[in-house]
Design a protein. Structure first.
Lengths: 318, 166, 424
């Protein structure tokens, strides 16, 4: 069996590929470091010289302006040079293999590859083939993981709720296809969250998900009872009508978050969403814009978390 | 080797030397971790009106490429504007001068001070940069390979400690 | 050309023999055993002291990549791999390019194999033209040109009525049909649908993709009486269904790929594309059921399912990697390892890769008796083989067992009385 590719032999984080397999201390260190970076983002001069002279290559095989932008901002705040590559339109269509693409970029003196890919496991393949001083940060691979999103969700929960060991967290929606859900579930379990729930119809909850350490609920009101935090997952357009769901309207009726459904949760419940939101499908506008929503702060936290991750991996000894 | 001086006593002496130089524009910033302990003591002794600032230089160190990111970065909190200030930078021990260099770089990312003065409880030889302290408690000879640190006991009392490299 | 193999531990599952002895081969056939063998005058003698002599291994599924996919492997390299692995007879599935649906292609392939004079080649013909499931192939013609059975390889037959007709037709001539139970719509995943696939975020293939298709096949066998050999079972459910079908005396047999006997979905680890196989590696309980089934005879034999894939095709994200593992040189070691783990005797273990597949194939090989073809494997069951890319003769280096040391070093392989492989 292969060793955990994320940690080097000194136990330092050299790649961030998945929240799964990260020791608790590493996660806590990422969150603590992110907190320091929040201070930086709040002052006039928003940059620190940590990654000056380093090159961060955003390798996006799946396009995403939003995630790419936050990584770009985070890298620039660390004074790194940022190069954006939307591979979908260029060499991949010409048939260049994934590893050839990476090798070509490596020849251009890359330090960090931020990779988003449609196939689960692609960043692992890349991490096995990069040079010792190169680092891979997974910005989302297939359905498997979106570790920086998972970490910023953990940061958000820690910020508002402090103690994971007392929390009930409910994750609602298309868990089957969600890398965000998987990463968050792993993180919550590593930090000792006693109750993690997933809520959705059987078509959107993968088999054996209980083995990840969650309880499955089909009924949303049941699942939200007593929740400290509700995380709404995005429903992709192509999944809204077909073999998995009949329509967006019926999804909203049964699993969309409204003030009424939220009433059974704790009075100080917080509402999270990785974005971008489909208003009226996963979540009602009044809730999205309401007092429980922490959706916008999540974005700020996301930049600090990504700064923390990049400065930690780039600092790991080769 | 002569015994290490009494840190508490040196604190009081240092405060006495700094007091005449205070102005309405003075603000104090302590550098983690020993410098913050010292700054808390001095801030109280000197009765400075402006709240105490605390600074972690983790993101400005010049040895990031060799050592990586510091293990346990604290959060820099500067609860006042730097513009036009007389900043009193406080650290426990002045050695190579690199910590102070990083602190000054970080300080300038918060604003433009009128002047910066450095106060340290002890300085040892071994400066690697052209940095000096305006106020210094004592000059202490430290054998090669050893580290001089400030310790804070359970009762809050400050003392010097010599750590030998293993 | 006469050959004498002496001082051997002769193991012949067909007759139940496991004892010291000698074999004398003349005119390509086993001419004498033991005392009679020692008395004969041989041109060449092989001293097999301390070694096992068994019938040459018979592998029911090995892809040789010819015709059509020579960039992946060639007949030469794969035949070299076969005899290095002790395999003296092998059946190749019809999924070549073009598929084996024309007598001319089959004849050419057999001629090429004969000219190489390594292992014996038994082509399995396509059941439908181009494997597309619309038109029956000329099975009678194909049988005349050398096809031993008919199959759809890994291509699912969408039209159930077509499957029924094809079995009716094949059965009319007493032909065997070799089928993988494949439900086409449920097969659209890349890993076993379970906890591991959920954790890794891989599209899953549920177990019932195999059992639903198997149920369909068994019903049609009941209706037609056609002999069917079920290829590459992977689920506990399928093993149970075959056990019941055999009790009912349906004319079915089945095999399992040797990698599936040892590995399960947990071995995917961090998306190891070398574990991307078709059928997928399933759960531990499925692997255990396959092992049980092989031990009690529900599963008739083991095959390598040899599928050489070039490195580039494996250096891809898991879902995009080409499925398959190289297997000819791992058949013997992995079978022996299973035997040791299951505490089976060498006699019982070797049956699954000699006499049992011989029965399915309907050939005379696979036994050490006077008159049988002179196909022999000489091996040391205790000497380890280190599986390395450089050491493998196959052009496919794709196996999850790279770097492993496995028991069972082949010392020599004999086909039709000729030594076609000898360990350097």
């Amino acid at each position: 069996m292969q060793p955990n590719p994320q940690l080097n032999k000194n136990g330092e984080l050299q790649h961030l590929l998945s929240v799964e397999g990260l020791p608790r201390e590493v996660i806590e260190r990422i969150l603590d470091t992110a907190e320091s970076f929040i201070g930086v983002t709040e002052r006039e001069v928003k940059t620190v010289p940590l990654l000056r002279g380093k090159s961060v290559f955003n390798l996006f095989f799946e396009s995403s302006t939003r995630t790419r932008t936050t990584f770009e901002i985070a890298a620039k705040r660390l004074s790194a040079d940022v190069i954006n590559l939307n591979i979908g339109v260029s060499s991949q269509t010409k048939g260049e293999s994934l590893l050839d693409t990476v090798a070509n970029l490596s020849a251009m003196q890359a330090d960090i590859f931020v990779v988003r890919h449609g196939s689960s496991g692609a960043p692992y393949l890349i991490a096995r083939h990069v040079k010792p001083h190169e680092h891979v940060v997974n910005a989302g691979d297939g359905r498997h993981a979106h570790p920086t999103q998972g970490l910023l969700d953990l940061y958000t929960l820690r910020h508002y709720k402090k103690d994971f060991t007392q929390l009930t967290v409910a994750i609602v929606g298309d868990v089957l296809h969600s890398r965000v859900a998987r990463s968050l579930i792993h993180g919550l379990n590593i930090l000792g969250t006693p109750e993690v729930r997933v809520i959705g119809p059987q078509t959107l909850i993968p088999p054996g998900v209980e083995a990840l350490g969650v309880q499955v609920f089909r009924n949303m009101r049941e699942g939200l009872k007593g929740a400290d935090a509700v995380v709404m997952l995005r429903l992709q357009n192509e999944r809204m009508r077909g073999a998995l769901l009949p329509s967006a309207q019926e999804f909203f009726k049964t699993y969309g978050l409204t003030a009424e459904k939220l009433a059974g949760a704790k009075p100080d419940v917080i509402v999270m969403h990785p974005g971008p939101m489909n208003r009226g499908v996963e979540i009602d506008s009044t809730v999205a814009d309401g007092p429980h929503s922490v959706i916008l702060p999540q974005v700020t936290f996301g930049i600090a978390v990504r700064m923390a991750v990049m400065s930690m991996v780039a600092g790991a000894s080769a | 080797m002569s015994p290490l001086p009494d840190a508490e006593q040196l604190c009081v002496q240092l405060a006495d030397v700094i007091r005449p130089t205070l102005t309405p524009k003075t603000a104090m910033i302590g550098l983690y971790t020993g410098g913050v302990w010292l700054a808390e003591r001095l801030h109280a002794l000197l009765g400075i009106g402006e709240p105490l600032g605390t600074m972690d230089i983790a993101f400005y160190r010049d040895d990031y490429h060799q050592q990586g990111l510091a293990r346990d970065p604290k959060r820099t909190k500067i609860p006042f504007s730097i513009e036009g200030r007389d900043v009193l930078l406080i650290d426990d021990v002045l050695y190579t001068g690199r910590t102070v260099r990083a602190a000054m770089n970080e300080l300038f990312d918060y604003g433009r001070p009128e002047r910066i003065a450095l106060a340290v409880l002890a300085e040892r030889g071994g400066r690697q940069l052209p940095i000096c302290a305006q106020f210094c408690g004592a000059r202490i000879e430290v054998p090669a390979g050893a580290r001089l640190r400030l310790r804070r006991g359970h009762d809050g009392g400050l003392s010097f400690q010599l750590e030998h490299a293993t | 050309m006469t050959l004498l193999i002496t001082n051997a531990r002769l193991i012949d599952p067909a007759s139940g023999r496991d004892a010291q002895g000698d074999v004398f081969i003349a005119k390509g056939r086993i001419a004498a055993l033991d005392a009679d063998a020692r008395a004969a005058k041989a041109a060449q003698t092989l001293d097999a002291s301390g070694l096992v002599v068994a019938p040459g291994l018979i592998d029911l599924a090995a892809r040789l990549r010819e015709p059509g996919e020579e960039y992946k492997a060639t007949l030469e390299s794969e035949m070299d791999a076969a005899v290095a692995g002790g395999v003296t007879s092998l059946a190749c599935p019809p999924d070549t390019d073009p598929p084996l649906d024309e007598p001319g292609l089959v004849e050419m392939l057999r001629r090429r194999a004969r000219a190489l004079a390594r292992a014996r080649l038994y082509p399995v013909g396509a059941l439908t033209v181009k494997l597309q499931g619309e038109t029956l192939t000329e099975m009678s013609e194909l049988a005349d040109s050398g096809c031993v059975a008919f199959s759809q390889a890994n291509v699912a037959l969408l039209d159930t009525q077509m499957l029924w007709r094809a079995l009716q037709y094949a059965g009319s001539f007493g032909f065997s049909v070799w089928l993988r139970p494949l439900e086409p719509w449920l097969m659209r995943g890349v890993a076993h649908d379970g906890e591991v696939a959920t954790r890794l975020g891989l599209a899953g293939i549920p177990s019932f993709a195999e059992t639903i298709a198997l149920g369909t096949i068994l019903e049609i066998v009941r209706a037609t009486g056609t002999r069917v050999h079920l290829c590459r079972l992977s689920t506990a459910g399928a093993v149970a269904m075959v056990r019941a079908a055999k009790r009912e005396r349906l004319p079915v047999s089945c095999d399992v790929g040797v990698h599936h006997l040892h590995l399960c979905d947990v071995d995917l680890g961090y998306f190891d594309a070398l574990c991307r196989l078709d059928p997928p590696l399933r759960a531990q309980r499925d692997r255990d059921a396959l092992s049980e089934g092989l031990a009690d005879g529900t599963i008739d034999c083991l095959c390598s399912d040899h599928t050489p894939v070039d490195d580039d095709a494996k250096h891809q994200p898991f879902a995009e990697a080409a499925p398959g593992a190289t297997g000819l040189e791992l058949l013997l070691p992995l079978t022996l390892r299973w035997g040791v783990m299951k505490k089976r005797s060498l006699l019982q273990t070797l049956a699954r890769i000699t006499s049992d597949p011989a029965r399915i194939l309907g050939v005379q090989s696979g036994r050490l008796e006077v008159g049988a073809p002179g196909d022999i494997v000489v091996f040391d069951p205790d000497a380890p083989v280190r599986i390395t890319a450089a050491g493998l003769k196959s052009q496919g280096k794709n196996t999850p067992f790279l770097g492993y040391e496995l028991p069972g070093r082949v010392r020599a392989t004999v086909v039709a009385g000729k030594v076609v492989y000898e360990q350097e």
